[in-house]
Design a protein around this ligand. Structure first.
Ligand code: ME8
Length: 512
């Protein structure tokens, strides 16, 4: 039986249009999902939309639609984003679906039966934009004299009856959980932030609202709808078919990884494991909080008009270069800046020059000099062995790096091999061996074909389309494109299709 791997993206609020930030989170999940499938795992990759709450209710009112009609209309934009970005999710959940409402209602009963929730009254600050409660101490005074939350969102004073989750009672158990599971929160800097937040003391969490209607009703309490974050977080469990133990995906819980932006780490790393443990469910294995993108040095915002739509980005540069750029440019976990100039520089330098040229010149030499057939392996020289060993080490290295979500390091490891292979061709000069030592020439070309096969195989999760083309040109059959297949050399003599450039240079050269 294959080992299981369950990965989730956040479910996106439907009031916003999909942008590069959403695309980034989904892309990071996609690369890991594809990598795990390639590495022999049974993968469940979940994404979807977060459709309840005051923010969505307001957006619907603004659009003159009832909330259900509004969410039906806008949720498909996120499916479309997934298509544009080449996202290979296995399920797309909407929190307005019946399966989710049933599961979440069940969760509520569990919490109630366990004595983990109680009816009280909430009095405090709330930011609709973040759908978050804030403590007075977290607020600052904005330019117009009003209070704003840590994210810059305006807050309002709320007084209403509310159900509470006894979060305060979970402080020590949470700290113990973090201690026992040192890899639960990544990166480490974020883990430290969460730890100090929890050590600072936890208050009970308000988990129902009465001042609006758009949410999952609290069972037996028609005036209350569930707090949208409780509803939203539970999507990760409801998508497994819980509480049905025979649901096809029942055994995928707990999730292996929740991928989130740094803005929503507290919900995932504090409230979520506490709620799960309170309901007698296992917490997820890991939460990774990635950084935020700015655009050409500026914060992305509707008012600045610099919001980048994934379709425009892919239209301008092509899907695979965009996927490569987003994961290569910034150490994953850090904030980063998106600039056109940086995309073009990576496209022309790393994709066209380094990898594209390596493939093009190696495969053209094969086409011209070995009758377009994969040459046999020769007696290896010291240099051949070093080159091949570097390529063969890639799967093991990448496995470790992807398990730490270190995409940039993984790509750097692959590029070390690509650069070494370019050096190897220059040094071996197979074109010169053609007349003097054709057997050696064939052996050199075979080393190059084998190195390219390893490189293209491990890069498939990042650039599925281009690496698929490269594997076609290397004569690698569909069934020999996973990680395990790299241990089986291709037979000599298989015909290779005529080589074609895979990464054209982008002619919009950065101004120097
Ligand atoms: O928070 N750079 O949904 P959301 C990088 N519904 N990533 C960005 C970004 C940027 N500039 N802007 C947004 C929600 N993101 C909740 C989640 S999960 C149970 C509920 C990404 O539509 C980042 O991953 O506001 C962030 O966490 C997510 O979009 C927020 O999406």
């Amino acid at each position: 039986m294959k080992p299981k791997y369950y990965i989730t993206s956040p479910i996106y609020y439907v009031n916003d249009v999909p942008h590069i930030g959403h695309a980034y989170t989904s892309l990071a999940c996609d690369v890991l999902a594809r990598w795990k499938r390639l590495d022999g795992f049974d993968v469940f990759f979940l994404t979807g939309t977060d459709e309840h709450g005051q923010k969505v209710e307001k957006a619907a009112a603004l659009a003159g639609l009832d909330p259900q009609a509004f969410t039906d209309r806008v949720s498909p934009a996120f499916l479309e984003m997934a298509r544009i970005m080449g996202i290979s999710h296995d399920d797309f959940i909407r929190t307005t679906e019946q399966r989710h409402k049933i599961a979440t209602t069940r969760l509520w009963h569990r919490l109630e039966d366990a004595g983990e929730i109680y009816l009280g009254g909430y009095e405090g600050w709330y930011a609709v934009r973040d759908e978050a409660f804030y403590d007075e101490s977290e607020l600052t005074i904005g330019p117009d004299g009003t209070r704003i939350g840590p994210s810059g969102a305006p807050v309002e004073w709320v007084v209403e009856p509310s159900w509470f989750f006894r979060l305060s009672a979970w402080q020590d158990r949470l700290l113990e959980f973090y201690e026992k599971n040192p890899d639960f929160i990544a990166p480490v800097s974020r883990r430290n932030e969460v730890l100090s937040f929890v050590r600072g003391g936890l208050k009970d969490l308000s988990i129902s609202r009465t001042s609006f209607k758009w949410g999952i009703p609290v069972p037996g309490q028609p005036a209350h709808v569930m707090y949208v974050w409780v509803d939203a977080l539970f999507n990760y469990v409801s998508a497994t078919g819980w509480p049905d133990p025979d649901a096809p995906r029942a055994n995928f819980w707990p999730a292996d990884l929740h991928m989130v932006g740094k803005d929503i780490l507290r919900f995932h790393a504090v409230y979520w494991p506490a709620l799960l443990m309170a309901a007698g469910l296992e917490p997820p294995h890991r939460v990774f909080a990635h950084g935020w993108w700015t655009i050409e040095g500026e914060k992305m915002s509707k008012s600045l008009g610099n919001v980048i739509a994934p379709a425009d980005l892919v239209g301008a540069f092509g899907l695979d270069p965009v996927r490569y750029f987003l994961l290569r440019e910034v150490p994953f976990g850090n904030d980063g800046d998106f600039s056109r100039r940086a995309v073009v520089s990576r496209m022309n330098g790393e994709l066209a020059n380094d990898l594209g040229n390596l493939a093009q010149r190696s495969l053209s030499l094969v086409a011209r000099n070995t009758g377009g057939r994969l040459p046999p392996r020769g007696a290896p020289t010291e240099e051949d062995l070093t080159m091949l060993a570097a390529a063969e080490a890639l799967p093991g290295l990448l496995r470790g790096l992807f398990d730490r979500q270190a995409f940039h390091e993984a790509l750097e490891e692959v590029w070390k091999v690509v650069r070494a292979a370019n050096g190897y061709v220059d040094h071996q000069a197979p074109w010169a061996l053609r007349k003097t030592d054709p057997v050696r020439m064939a052996a050199v070309l075979r080393v190059l074909a084998d190195v390219l096969r390893s490189v293209a195989t491990v890069l498939q999760p990042v650039m599925p389309d281009s690496m698929g083309k490269m594997l076609d040109q290397l004569g690698v059959p569909e069934e020999a494109r996973d990680i395990a297949a790299l241990a089986r050399p291709l037979p000599a003599g298989i015909p290779l299709p005529p080589p074609q450039g895979i990464f054209p240079r982008h002619n919009d050269e950065p101004a120097s």
